[in-house]
Design a protein. Structure first.
Length: 320
C-alpha cells in the first residue's frame, strides 16, 4: 500500500532529508560565525567567544553525522571511500564530495587558528610527536587568516546551495528539477544555522541575551526568513505556471494530503509565521528572555527540517 513515506516513485528517503538538514546547519552556522569574527564583534580574543566555541563543535559534528547517515544509507557502505578518491566531474555526488573535502579542510584550518592553544594542548597530550608539525602548520596558516576566512565563507555558501543542487539534479521529478531550489536551500540552511547557533549558545553557555554577538545573529533572522518566504512563493508560483506535470506536482504537494499539511503547518506555520508573530508581539524584555529565544530558535529548526522532508518526499511523488 502507498503511504506518504512509501510510494513507487520514491528513490531517496528520510535519511537524505536529515542529511540535507544537517549540511544546511553546518554551512549556515559557519557562514554566520565567519561573518561574526570578521565584523570584529567576536572580541579581541575570538577563542573566548561563545558563539565561535559552539560553531567549533556544531559545524564539523553536524556535517559528520550527516555524512555518516549518507554512508550507511548506501547499498554498500563499506566501499564509500571510493567516492572520496575517485572523482567524476559529471557526477553531482562527486562534486559534493570534493566540496565537502575542501570545506572541511578550510573549516579545520580556520578553527585551528582561532583555538590554537586548545588544539596544541590536545595534540601534546594525545599525539605529542605531531606537536612540532601542528605548530608549524597553524603558524603558517595564521599568516593567511583573511584569505582562509574568505574561502571558508565562500565554501559554506556553496555547500548550502549544493544541498539544493543535489535534489535539482533529479530531472525525472518536475518539482525538484527547479532552479529556485538551490537558493531556497541556501536561505533555509542559513536560517537553520542562525537558529542552531542561538539554541546551542544560550542552552550550553552563559552568554548574555543582550550580548553583541547574539545581537549580530538577530540582525540576520528577519531578513533571512523573509527571503526564505519569498523564495518559497517563487518556487511554487513557478511550478503553478509551468503547466503539465509541474502544475500536477504543485497541486499534489500543497493543495491536499499529508505533505500539504506538513508544508502549511510545519514549514509555514511553525517555521515562518510563528517566529515572526512571536517576535512582533513580544515586548523587549520577553524578546531577550533566554527561554523565549531558545523556543523561537527551536521553532525555526523544526520548520527547516519539515521543509527538507516536504521537498524530498512531495517532490518525488510526481514524475515528469
Amino acid at each position: 500500500m502507498n503511504s506518504p513515506f512509501h510510494f513507487p516513485s520514491l528513490v531517496w528517503d528520510h535519511a537524505i532529508a536529515v542529511y540535507l538538514f544537517l549540511l544546511g546547519i553546518s554551512a549556515g552556522a559557519t557562514m554566520l560565525a565567519v561573518l561574526l569574527k570578521r565584523s570584529g564583534l567576536a572580541g579581541e580574543n575570538p577563542a573566548e567567544n561563545n558563539i565561535l566555541r559552539c560553531n567549533a563543535l556544531l559545524a564539523p559534528i553536524s556535517i559528520t553525522i550527516g555524512l555518516l547517515l549518507l554512508i550507511f544509507h548506501l547499498a554498500k557502505p563499506w566501499t564509500f571511500w571510493y567516492l572520496m578518491f575517485n572523482y567524476h566531474h559529471t557526477s553531482i555526488m562527486s562534486v559534493g564530495v570534493i566540496l565537502f573535502q575542501v570545506y572541511m579542510l578550510f573549516l579545520i584550518l580556520w578553527l585551528a587558528i582561532i583555538f590554537k592553544d586548545l588544539v596544541l594542548s590536545l595534540i601534546n597530550r594525545f599525539v605529542p610527536k605531531l606537536s612540532a608539525l601542528a605548530t608549524k602548520v597553524i603558524d603558517i596558516s595564521a599568516k593567511f587568516t583573511g584569505f582562509i576566512e574568505i574561502v571558508t565563507l565562500i565554501l559554506s555558501v556553496a555547500l548550502g546551495a549544493y544541498t539544493g543542487f543535489l535534489l535539482s539534479a533529479l530531472i525525472s521529478y518536475p518539482m525538484l528539477n527547479n532552479p529556485v531550489l538551490p537558493i531556497l536551500f541556501l536561505a533555509s540552511g542559513t536560517s537553520s544555522g542562525i537558529a542552531a547557533l542561538i539554541f546551542c549558545t544560550l542552552l550550553f553557555t552563559k552568554e548574555s541575551t543582550h550580548s553583541a554577538s547574539i545581537g549580530f545573529l538577530h540582525k540576520f533572522e528577519l531578513p533571512v526568513v523573509l527571503i526564505e518566504a519569498f523564495l518559497l512563493f517563487a518556487f511554487f508560483f513557478g511550478l503553478y505556471l509551468g503547466g503539465g506535470q509541474k502544475t500536477v506536482a504543485f497541486e499534489t504537494a500543497v493543495l491536499g494530503g499529508f505533505w500539504a499539511n506538513v508544508f502549511w503547518i510545519g514549514v509555514v506555520g511553525i517555521g515562518i509565521v510563528a517566529p515572526l508573530v512571536l517576535n512582533a508581539i513580544a515586548g523587549n524584555q520577553l524578546k531577550h528572555n533566554r527561554g523565549f529565544m531558545i523556543f523561537v530558535a527551536t521553532l525555526g529548526l523544526i520548520g527547516v527540517l519539515c521543509l527538507r522532508y516536504f521537498i524530498l518526499y512531495a517532490g518525488q511523488m510526481t514524475l515528469a
